[in-house]
Design a protein around this ligand. Structure first.
Ligand SMILES: [Zn+2]
Length: 83
């Protein structure tokens, strides 16, 4: 199935307190944290590395991602949720 991929930047946040939210941290120098079959690609809001590739929004909306390149903690801003 062919999708038009949309790109969005994730929001840089401060490190969440332990165990309040799941944090996915990638292995350095490997590909995106999650690669799926959706139509959204999320980029680090700091360095624009792609951290979530062709995912579905509902797969990732509650996740906190640690950028593999710059180490920023990232989530998806609520403004994206309405779309
Ligand atoms: Zn980054």
């Amino acid at each position: 199935m062919q999708h038009t991929v949309r790109y969005a930047h994730m929001r840089v946040i401060s490190k969440p307190p332990d165990r309040t939210r799941p944090i996915l941290a990638p292995t350095p120098n490997v590909g995106p944290v999650i690669k799926g079959n959706g139509n959204m690609t999320y980029l680090c809001g700091e360095c624009e590395t792609s951290v979530l590739e062709t995912v579905e929004y509902k797969q990732v909306r509650d996740l906190v991602i640690k950028c593999k390149k710059c180490g920023s903690y990232l989530d998806i801003p609520p403004s994206h949720h309405a779309r």
